[in-house]
Design a protein around this ligand. Structure first.
Ligand code: NDP
Ligand code: MG
Ligand code: MG
Length: 341
């Protein structure tokens, strides 16, 4: 059983006695910076020259500096720029300006696990990774609740790295829910596997195949869209509330029986073999290497795949249908439909 931490297990005054630089002000960056600030922690946001995020951070009354200047002042540096940008950012702007005993924090183990960032022995290296998007992390904090976090320490130079990580986790609201102890290796490998095999890659492909199967058989695309994509949320919500069991309890007996007899036909044991191959590529670093090499070259493969995904026939069908729904008004303000990014 995993080791869990709650608010009572952490001392908020520890992080309150430090100056924290939040590098990046995107999904996670804005949530960490604002939650820390509201928990009484001194925060400076570090952004690159000409950053589009600068105005947003300043609007919230946060101190903003260049990455170099933010790092120079900081006892704790939380790196919340995109994973593929972190290696260069660290080498150019963070490492040369880091206080000798500053702690380095991450919200994902990617760059440490695969060796793209190799901090010196004098620094604490810890992870506080909310198990939810930044906008939820901020919203829940404001509502007096929290999103669970996972916490890990890769290097404990000060002898206090765990206490500091837990204090940080408490300040962003994570320990109101729970902190789960893990390692950089476990977090990174399970995170990449989960998103590739199940949550993002697996589910997207499953939906597309389902849509193609129905439309190729002559069914109307709008009806197919509802059956293979729209209703997914209702199913996932039930699973989220009460596991697969609650989902099966709630659906009709017809649907439940179909689940048992056809699920294993579609997702056959060969799929599990494929999953093991995906996991092997995560563990060996082959996936990280392919991703970072492509990013370093200007992301040609990534951009091509993204454009190809946008062209799948299910996208225009969904775009038209969603115009009919009232809840499209609550879309994320930053997201533009059909913008491929
Ligand atoms: P975002 O893509 O939202 O980060 C964007 C921010 O990073 C912007 O402020 C942007 O500034 C800045 N930025 C982008 N490129 C650079 C660069 N080259 N140099 C300096 N700053 C840059 O990141 P996320 O919040 O999604 O992810 C941050 C970390 O959190 C990652 O490690 C991720 O794995 C982890 N994480 C993310 C979760 C999520 O839900 N998104 C969940 C849990 C963990 P500008 O305006 O200048 O472009
Ligand atoms: Mg991930
Ligand atoms: Mg149905």
């Amino acid at each position: 059983m995993a080791e869990l931490f709650y608010d009572d297990d952490a001392d908020l005054s520890l992080i309150q006695s430090k100056k924290v630089a939040i590098i990046g002000y995107g999904s996670q960056g804005h949530a960490h910076a604002l939650n820390l600030r509201d928990s009484g922690v001194e925060v400076v946001v570090g952004l690159r020259e000409g950053s589009a995020s600068r105005a947003k951070a300043e609007e919230q009354g946060l101190a903003v500096a260049t990455v170099a200047d933010a790092v120079k002042q900081a006892d704790v540096v939380m790196i919340l720029a995109p994973d593929q940008a972190q290696r260069k950012l660290y080498a150019d702007d963070i490492e040369p300006n880091l206080k000798a005993d500053a702690a380095l924090f991450f919200a994902h183990g990617f760059n440490i696990r695969f060796g793209y960032i190799k901090p010196g022995a004098g620094h604490d290296i810890a992870m506080v990774a909310p198990k939810g998007p930044g906008h939820t992390v901020r919203r829940e904090y404001e509502a007096g609740r929290g999103v669970p976090v996972i916490v890990a320490v890769e290097q404990d130079a000060s002898g206090q790295a765990w206490d500091l990580a837990l204090s940080y986790a408490k300040a962003i609201g994570g320990l109101r829910a729970a902190g789960i102890k893990t390692t950089f290796t476990e977090e990174t490998e399970t995170d990449l596997f989960g998103e590739q095999a199940v949550l993002c890659g697996g589910v997207s492909q499953l939906i597309q195949y389902g849509f193609e199967t129905l439309t190729e058989a002559g069914y109307q695309p709008e009806v197919a869209y509802f059956e293979v994509l729209h209703e997914l949320k209702l199913i996932v919500d039930l699973m989220w509330e009460g596991g697969i069991s609650k989902q099966r309890w709630s659906i009709s007996d017809t649907a439940e029986y179909g689940d048992y007899v056809s699920g294993p036909r579609v997702i056959d044991p060969h799929v599990k073999e494929n999953m093991k191959a995906v996991l092997a590529d995560v563990q060996s670093g082959a996936f990280a290497d392919r991703f970072i090499k492509d990013q370093d070259a200007g992301a040609p493969e990534f951009k091509e795949l993204r454009a190809k995904g946008e062209q799948h026939p299910i996208e225009p069908v969904g775009r038209e249908l969603r115009k009919l729904f009232a809840w499209t008004d609550t879309r994320d303000a930053d997201y533009v439909e059909g913008s491929a990014g």
